[in-house]
Design a protein around this ligand. Structure first.
Ligand SMILES: *[C@@H]1O[C@H](CO)[C@@H](O)[C@H](O)[C@H]1NC(C)=O
Length: 265
């Protein structure tokens, strides 16, 4: 064998082994997180809730969320593909998008989705590249199907609310169209997917603590929480999950449901 061939073979083996916990064949069941800045780790006065989820679970959590992304840009940049490639049977992928998915394609920011709930498409040119843009449900459904095809499970989670006290009085309706879509996608994916209404559980927590306390958790804008806020947003996810029976994480949540802040909705 030529030396260069041997080296590239080694490089290939290295890639295959570079899974989160090292050994791809024997590692623990793993939870992957796919989302935007409200889930991702940040280092400033704000951070995302995915940072705190590991405190509540007895499984390893790999947070692949990244700021500024939408279902579309997470797909286009190959970030879902990376997760799909990494998952093994019984791994769990939590998917939560919506904050960056709105907007219009007439001034395309690379994130806005095509309107509609089905297989509608829109044509655009982003960064000089022609792109067929799909709907929010389409992106999430394609990712979900591929994850499930690998034997893994999907938790579709609704997007977190912006500060529901910003108008002065508490206001949270149905969470907007991306919340409804997340739920519909979970249903359509079947028994290997569940839905957690994270938005409603988070809003309910903010309602309970009142305006002054909620405002303090949004130090910068109405979308991004402080680390203390992110910890509660994480707990709201776990509460919603547990109130629904725990789903694929049943038995892996460290906390008694009653001990988690908030009430079941
Ligand atoms: C569960 O308990 C741990 C401490 O053991 C804590 O850090 C975490 O925030 C709790 N999670 C919830 C959802 O209450």
């Amino acid at each position: 064998m030529l030396h260069s061939q041997f080296v590239s073979l080694l490089a290939l083996a290295g890639t295959a082994l570079a899974a989160p916990s090292g050994d791809v064949t024997k590692r623990a069941q793993t939870v992957y997180l796919a989302g935007d800045s409200t889930m991702a780790k940040a280092n400033g006065v704000t951070t995302g809730w995915g940072v705190f989820l590991p405190y509540s679970l007895s499984l390893p959590v790999v947070n692949k969320a990244i700021g500024g992304r939408s279902s579309r840009s997470f797909t286009r940049e190959g970030r879902f593909d990376e997760i799909i490639k990494a998952v093994q049977p019984n791994d769990i992928v939590v998917i939560e998008f919506g904050h960056n998915d709105g907007g219009s394609l007439s001034t395309d920011n690379g994130r806005s989705v095509c309107g509609g709930a089905g297989t509608e498409t829109c044509q655009t040119t982003y960064n000089g590249v022609a792109e067929t843009v799909h709907t929010f449900p389409w992106y999430l459904t394609e990712a979900g199907k591929a994850i499930i095809a690998k034997g893994a499970k999907v938790i579709m989670s609704s997007q977190t609310p912006n500060n529901p006290w910003e108008s002065g009085t508490f206001s949270y309706g149905d969470g907007g169209r991306f919340v409804g879509y997340a739920k519909a996608v979970a249903t359509a994916l079947g028994s290997n997917a569940i839905y957690v209404d994270h938005g409603a559980y988070t809003a309910n927590y903010f309602k309970g603590i009142g305006k002054a306390a909620t405002d303090k958790l949004f130090p910068q804008d109405h979308t991004h929480t402080s680390p203390v806020g992110a910890d509660f947003v994480s707990k709201a996810f776990v509460k919603g999950l547990q109130c629904g029976g725990g789903g694929f994480l049943k038995g892996f949540v460290k906390n008694e449901t009653a001990s988690i802040v908030g009430s079941c909705l």
